[in-house]
Structure formats: structure tokens, C-alpha cells
Design a protein around this ligand. Sequence first.
Ligand SMILES: Nc1ncnc2c1ncn2[C@@H]1O[C@H](COP(=O)(O)OP(=O)(O)OP(=O)(O)O)[C@@H](O)[C@H]1O
Ligand SMILES: CC(=O)C(=O)O
Ligand SMILES: [K+]
Ligand SMILES: [Mg+2]
Length: 564
Amino acid sequence: MAHAIQSLLSLTNHRSHPKPTTTFSPITLRPASLSFSTRKKPHVRRISAIFDLENSSPPSPLESISIDVDAVTEAELKENGFRSTRRTKLICTIGPASCDFEQLEALAMGGMNVARINMCHGTREWHQAVIRRVRRLNQEKGYAVAIMMDTEGSEIHMGDLGAASAKAEDGEIWTFSVRAFDSQLPDHTINVNYEGFAEDVKVGDELLVDGGMVRFEVIEKIGPDVKCRCTDPGLLLPRANLTFWRGGSLVRERNAMLPTISSKDWLDIDFGIAEGVDFISISFVKSAEVINHLKSYIAARSRDSDIAVIAKIESIDSLKNLDEIIRACDGAMVARGDLGAQIPLEQVPSAQQKVVQLCRQLNKPVIVASQLLESMIEYPTPTRAEVADVSEAVRQRADALMLSGESAMGQFPDKALTVLRSVSLRIERWWREEKRHEAMRLPPIASSFSDRISEEICNSAAKMANNLEVDAVFVFTKDGYMASLLSRCRPDCPIFAFTTTTSVRRRLNLQWGLIPFRLSLTDDMDSNLNRTFSLLKARGMIQSGDLVIALSDMLQSIQVMNVP
Ligand SMILES: Nc1ncnc2c1ncn2[C@@H]1O[C@H](COP(=O)(O)OP(=O)(O)OP(=O)(O)O)[C@@H](O)[C@H]1O
Ligand SMILES: CC(=O)C(=O)O
Ligand SMILES: [K+]
Ligand SMILES: [Mg+2]
């Protein structure tokens, strides 16, 4: 132990001399009880030899192409170094304003980590074309944008309007109808997707479009048609969500009877599996059961079953069963749009904080979504309030922020993404400069002894990284688990995650602070490190003297060293 402490001290001293000498001796810590674990027994070797630059050959051309990293990250690292890399991940919903190859490329260049397609809108052919364009972008231009497919879910919503939008004015009478109109919709008429609608609503009910963006009062029922008077004017958008309220509370018996995954959703899910999307997010989740059901369906259908299931928290039921839902899913989304239509608006911020915290504790990535920069659908600059909202989500250390209409159909998709990026960077930096290490207690979560070891290693590594002010943590991870445990600790420095498979690498895109690389790994940690250093150095992404902590989930090892 005394030796270890001494080594640590000599390491910190090294930091003031950027170029370490070859006499530097790294420390390798090994959990004493590892032999009880199911993992392979580690071979602890001295690895100082690999720091001998004279002896290590320069990377061959073959080697230099054998590491995959996102082109944007690579450029950022080269230009600004480790500290400036963005930790908060960014998701853009793709729609008519962002679906061309050039538009997608602009978003990828602007830092989009995940492209979201919403099956509420557009045809499967349209979405397929988008997915393929993103894949081509990744292949041809070196991005690693992951794809998230969002199901429609079976809530009640309006049909298409035959126009991009329509304006409902105060006092106007509109007809909400369950009739199937063959030709054009009559004036001031809205189609409703739920057949029981006309039977379920009552005269006097309040009808909320999009959670209250526009309000109507039900004044008359005529067969399949429901006549309503507009009481709060506003813009009607195609397929906007509808809720109805009676005596001040939401009428939701009907919604509760609708399945979470509709027959159309199952077809969309088959489509998503066939296209190999990275994430499927499930709208209006009510319980853990549906998540488990979908996960076993995916496991049976998809060869490597590597599609992550994201639970959208946007209903009263999902809040009631929050704990079991978060435990069952692979990640969650605070879908504030619909959530704000189901609970009073003033309760949305505390619900957001609760979901973000719980996800962090249970080690599930969490996305904060909807209306982050709503005004940027129309205007090139955000409101101060929107910037404050984005800052709060970053401060809460959510894994990812999501654009909806701003990138799908707004006038300024790139500008909105730039705002998310710059606000994230600024708040993250402020947080580090002020040394605002939050006091969130992370309860133990591992279910096996082996996972317990990984967890302890990651907790310690994150703490060491902050105390020693290391430049980066490197984690060599087969399935991404150890990378996620590190991300959960939200260390000050970025986490370089090296994994063997492209799909794991894309999935890591959603997690806070992770910079995912694909690299073929061997069981020999020394040679992994050796190759990684030379590959990254050859590409100018790290420099001699950088202080790094390296972890491996193959060996369950932890090492502190300067890059040779
Ligand atoms: N593929 C698409 N085709 C056409 N318009 C789209 C598409 N995707 C999104 N949009 C537009 O962008 C808006 C915002 O997108 P968003 O994904 O938030 O949808 P939403 O209807 O609010 O549903 P959800 O609750 O699932 O988010 C939509 O209301 C729609 O007008
Ligand atoms: C994203 C989404 O589904 C919502 O906010 O309702
Ligand atoms: K949806
Ligand atoms: Mg929603």
C-alpha cells in the first residue's frame, strides 16, 4: 500500500513535467478477491516496457485504419484537447427539415449523436430512406450516429390535416370526427384516430390538443361528429395528441384500456429490427411488463439482440410504476410533451429531476426531451428561459438532450443543435471549474460478485481521476457495462471506451461522457494499451505525457500511467 501511495505521488509529480522519462513505473491494482469471481484470472504484468518508445514500432498503415472513432470527436480532440469534449449527448428528431443527406451531415457535424425517427409521422419507406442515409453518412464520412426509433403508441391523436398546420381561433367551432374521410377534409374538421372517441366524450368536457397548446370545449355530439368551441386559440399540428378532461381531471379510463404497443407499433418494431436500429423507444409505457415483453421479442427476432429498449416516461401510469419500469428498461426518456398533458405543468420539473436521478442511480441512460428550444422552430435565437431550461438539464447531468420539432420541422435545425452544444459545453465547464462534485449517493447495483468488482473499480477509478486530475479514463469493454458504470460516476475527465463491436459502440453514444471507439481487442491488456496509445498518437488524439487511468472488464484491472 505504501508503495502504491508513493507511486501515486510520483505520478502527480510527473504531471508538472509533460514528457515523462522511460523510468516511469505504472501501478497495477488488482482486487485481492478476484479469484472468487467468474471472470478470467488477470495476468498482472509490468507494463513499463511498452513505454519504451525506441522499442515500439510506429503503427503500420493497417493498424492506423483499425480504430474507428467519430470524425467530429477526433477533430475536437485534436483542436481542443480532452477537457473540452462535450459530455452531454445530443439527439435530433429527423423530419422534413432535416432528412436530406446534406442536412443530416450538417447535424452530424454539429454534434448529433443519435438520430431519432418518430413513427407517428411519415411512411415506413420515408423512415427507411432516412436510416439508410444515416448509415451511409457513417460509412462514408466517419460519423457514428446511432438510430433511435420511437413508436407511435396507442394514444388518441388527430389525423393529418391536409396541410402543414391550421390555426384555430378563439370561439371558432371545429368538428372532431371519427369518420373516415375519403377525399379532402371539410373545412374546420379534424379526424380522430380513436374509434370510441365520440362515445367517450361528454358535452362540457374540455379537449386539449398537444397538452393544452390549443383548447376546446365539447358543445354537441352528432353521431360520429363532436362539435367543439375553441377556448384557447393556437396552432394545430398534424397528428397532435388529444386528451379530454372532465371536472378538472384527465379522463383516462379509455387510454388505460388501449395497448401500449398497438398492432401498427408491432409492424414498426419488426421494421426497426430488420433495419437494425440501435434503440427502440416505447411511447406511453405503463409498466415493466411491456418492456420485458418487447425485450424478449427482440431477443428472439434479432440475431445479436443488441437493440436497446428506451422507456418513455410520459403518462401518469409510468410515474406510478417508475421504479420497476426503470429497472426493466435499457434507458429512459423524460417525454415532457405528453407528460405535461397528463400531469399539471408545474409538476413536470420535479418529475424530470426524479426520473433523471433514479436513472443515474440504477445506471440507465436518461434523455430529457421536448420543448427545450421550442421557439427556435420559428426564430434563430432561443429565449433566455429556454437556455435556462437546457442548462438545468445539463446541470442535472442527464445523459442526453433531445430536439423534436426544432430539428424535424423547424426553420433552424442546425442553429438549435448549436445552442444545445454550446450551452452544454459551457455548463459542464462551469461545473468543473467550480468543482461542484455533487453529493449524489450511488447505491450498489451489481447483482453478481463479479459485477460488484467492476462497480468498485469504476467508483474508485472515477474518484482517482478527479483527485489526480487525470486527462482521461480509458476503458476496454466488451459489452459496454464497465463503460456505463464509469459514466454513471460522472467523472471530471472524458471516458474513452474501446469496444470490439460496432453496435456496442453506437449504443454507448447515448451515455454521458463516453467517447466510444471500435477496436479489435485481445486478452492481453498490455498489447491493447500499447496499440491504443500508438494508434491514438498517430492520429494526434493523445500526446506523450497525458495522464490516463486504464480499466479493462476482461481483466478487471486498473492502471495509472502517463502516455509514453
Ligand atoms: N417524419 C416526419 N414527417 C413529418 N413531420 C414530422 C416527422 N417527424 C416529426 N415531424 C414533425 O415534428 C413535430 C415534432 O416532432 P415530435 O417527434 O416531437 O412529434 P410529436 O407529434 O410531438 O410526438 P411525440 O409525442 O412522439 O414526440 C411533429 O409534430 C411533426 O409536425
Ligand atoms: C418526446 C415525446 O414523446 C413527448 O415529449 O411527448
Ligand atoms: K412517438
Ligand atoms: Mg409523446
